[in-house]
Design a protein around this ligand. Structure first.
Ligand code: NAP
Ligand code: ZN
Ligand code: ZN
Length: 346
């Protein structure tokens, strides 16, 4: 299938128009006319090889929203015309314990990423959503509720699920005290979901000018982290802290704010190691963990939750020729709060 998109041809090269072929439909596949594709900071990390060797040419994009344009002979889950989304992975082994429990993102053999990965045929490089069409196995796509604004729903496919999943896993509910570090694409979705789940939400941000936005999204407290001892008023306070920052920060300052037996979860992935002080953990038997996106069933659950609570991303819709500028603005924390590409313009 002929496809037009944008690709990085080499690490650090600006993205440029690129044409390529997608596979023809297998019996269980659906073809998607992509309408919107979000820009995740993970796209930037990978297009610039900040996580190690990557595959080029690379068509990034794992926040895909569109319309089904064709279906394979055995497809039952979708019909032509359905609104549909694809997130961060497009396949997994389907037989390990993780896959069997709906956690394909933690597949023992490794999930197959939506781009910058090799399909399970062992040869085909996956190409992502910065393009006008997509082909995916029906088991790795979800239905987008009609009531949600489609452009503003695209970012839910990664940014949304990545915050929804740990909030659910760590049982956030009424009365929980949740801290979210970084008010970017991921962080702002975390604020919205945690507020909807009934938590008291505190945003930690190195951009003081984001306070009014954080409050408008429902955050109860906003802490500017460029002030010395910003953590002192919140000593032993939080049940859960989610770190969504795309750069290195001093994580020990945040550990001191966890209450007894509570957890700080790494979500942002700068690609560099973090120095941790053991003393910051053992004083209150604190834990550190990590969380990666969410499984396909949870992705569907998150969309239903979003429709029920009317939650979508705050977005800036852009044309493809703005992608490189959008990358620079995201790195400068200057995005309110997700760039979404109008895929009709590819
Ligand atoms: P983003 O939109 O660029 O937001 C990141 C936020 O981090 C910024 O808005 C900024 O918030 C804060 N920040 C950036 N640089 C900082 C610095 N030098 N010091 C302190 N704070 C800084 O990025 P994103 O798309 O939300 O992604 C965030 C991270 O999560 C990336 O590393 C991405 O690869 C990773 N990620 C992980 C998963 C997963 O499954 N675990 C999924 C998707 C993405 P303030 O201005 O409020 O400080
Ligand atoms: Zn992502
Ligand atoms: Zn598996």
């Amino acid at each position: 299938m002929k496809t037009r998109g944008y690709a990085a041809l080499t690490p650090k090269a600006p993205l440029a128009p690129y044409e390529f072929e997608r596979r023809e439909l297998r019996s269980g596949d659906v073809a998607i006319e992509i309408l919107y594709a979000g820009i995740c900071h993970s796209d930037i990390h990978q297009a610039r090889e900040e996580w190690g060797a990557a595959k080029f040419p690379m068509v990034p994009g794992h926040e895909i929203a569109g319309r089904v344009s064709a279906i394979g002979s055995s497809v039952t889950k979708f019909a032509v015309g359905d609104l549909i989304g694809v997130g961060v992975y497009v396949d997994s082994c389907r037989k390990c314990d993780a896959c069997k429990s709906g956690l394909g993102q933690y597949c023992a053999e490794g999930m197959t990423g939506t781009y910058n990965a090799i399909e399970r045929d062992g040869t085909t490089v996956t190409m992502g959503g910065y393009s006008n069409n997509f082909v995916v196995d029906q088991d790795y796509a979800v239905t987008i509720p009609d009531s949600l604004d489609l452009a503003a729903t695209a970012p839910l496919m990664c940014a949304g699920i990545t915050l929804y999943s740990p909030l659910k896993h760590w049982n956030v509910g009424p009365g929980s005290k949740v801290g979210i570090i970084g008010l970017g694409g991921l962080g702002h979705m975390g604020v919205k979901y945690a507020v909807a789940m009934g938590a008291e939400v505190t945003v930690f941000s190195h951009s003081p000018n984001k306070e009014s936005d954080a409050k408008a999204m429902g955050a109860h407290n906003f802490v500017a982290t460029n002030i010395e001892n910003f953590n002192a008023p919140y000593s032993n306070h939080f049940d859960l802290i989610l770190n969504t920052v795309a750069a290195e920060i001093d994580i020990n300052q945040y550990l001191s704010m966890l209450s007894l037996d509570s957890t700080l979860v790494f979500i942002g992935l700068s690609g560099k190691p973090y120095p941790i002080q053991a003393g910051a953990l053992l004083g209150q038997r604190r834990s550190i963990s990590g969380s990666m996106i969410g499984g396909t069933a949870e992705l569907q659950e998150m969309l239903e939750f979003s429709a029920k609570h009317n939650i979508v991303s705050e977005i800036e819709v852009i044309n493809p020729d703005y992608i490189n500028t959008a990358y620079e603005r995201a790195i400068a924390s200057d995005v309110k709060y997700r760039f979404v590409i109008d895929a009709a313009k590819f």
